[in-house]
Design a protein around this ligand. Structure first.
Ligand code: FMN
Length: 316
């Protein structure tokens, strides 16, 4: 059994803080770095991808809609130019990967694992859930058989010391089906949720705002959905319930009580994305809010994991 070796339960959510340049600007002594347990990179693919035409992001009344289209310079560039910038970083680095075919996921993972800088990487997060790419993306994540095969292909190609995390899509009826498939494929950790597919139309031009027409919704609007999905996996999947397969809860976290809700639903750690665009101090605020809460009652974050499943047994 592999645990999440984190000093804090807070992580960045993939795609919301770049590959390395943006993070490299933060000093190791900064409050943000001290509050974080891990840094998760934006998604990497085998070959460079230009991403979608603009607009790529639109703010809606209840959240952010994005359709970046996995823009990145490809795994070779990442390993040569971007990954080394994280060498002196005091945080575990988790590299988020995507692919258009099952084979491509395995190839990206193998490239990372065999690279000279592989010691900088603590884990790989497999994105089987992007709603913004035509090939693969969410189509993989909604098919449990494909999820299992993608996880298997990554596990076969990576160094055993890499933590393998599978990131699930909320664009399904029953999240526990792809979650179980990822576990069968050998995932060490589950993360959920990616964005929910959505649309926004500009009534002045009568056109969708986004160049790609549809996008993925993130931010406070999706918190209850993500929370429910973490709760369901913790409740229905024995490996999650026994904490053999930890869950990283992601989606709409914007204050410390949101983070605690995810932990009480069954998450061991939480990822935060959109809220960081709004508030550059979000991580220290989450950290100090959680710290105040647990210190008040002399409990640990670990003791709170899944507490919402013990209704009535825990008085607080
Ligand atoms: C601009 C943007 C880019 C994203 N890029 C990725 C990505 O490359 N890989 C991935 O797995 N998730 C990606 N996501 C999804 C986030 O990691 C996260 O799952 C989602 O935004 C929900 O969390 P939040 O409400 O805290 O933002 C992206 C989200 C946003 C807003």
């Amino acid at each position: 059994m592999k645990h999440l070796p984190l000093k804090s339960p807070l992580m960045t959510a993939s795609g919301t803080s770049g590959h390395s340049n943006e993070m490299e600007r933060l000093q190791n002594s900064s409050e943000t770095i001290l509050s974080l347990g891990a840094f998760v990179t934006k998604g990497i693919t085998l070959e460079p991808r230009e991403g979608h035409p603009g607009f790529r992001i639109v703010e809606t009344r209840a959240g952010l809609l994005n359709s970046i289209g996995l823009q990145n310079e490809g795994v070779k560039h990442f390993v040569q130019e971007e990954l080394p910038l994280l060498r002196n970083f005091d945080l575990p680095v988790i590299v988020n990967i995507s692919g258009s075919t099952i084979k491509e996921f395995g190839e990206v993972a193998a490239y990372l694992s065999n690279s000279d800088s592989s010691e900088i990487i603590s884990g790989i997060e497999i994105n089987v859930s992007c709603p913004n790419v035509r090939q693969g993306g969410v189509a993989f994540g909604t098919d449990p058989g494909l999820v299992r095969r993608i996880v298997e292909s990554v596990k076969e190609r990576v160094d055993g010391r890499f933590l393998v995390i599978t990131k699930l899509t909320p664009n399904v009826t029953d999240i526990t089906l792809p979650a179980r498939a990822a576990i069968e494929g050998g995932t060490d950790v589950l993360s959920m949720i990616n964005t929910l597919r959505g649309l926004a139309i500009n009534v002045d031009t009568c056109e969708p705002y986004l160049g790609n027409i549809t996008g993925g919704l993130s931010g406070p609007a999706i918190k209850t959905v993500g929370l429910y999905m973490v709760y369901e996996c913790f409740r229905k999947i024995p490996e999650c319930n026994r904490r053999e397969i930890p869950i990283i809860g992601i989606g709409g976290i914007s204050n410390w009580s949101d983070a605690l809700e995810y932990i009480m639903a069954g998450a061991t750690a939480v990822g935060v994305g959109t809220a960081w665009f709004v508030n550059p101090d979000i991580f220290q605020m989450l950290y100090s809010g959680i710290e105040t809460y647990i210190e008040k009652d002399g409990i640990t974050v670990s003791e709170l994991i899944g507490k919402a499943h013990e209704r009535g047994k825990f008085s607080k």
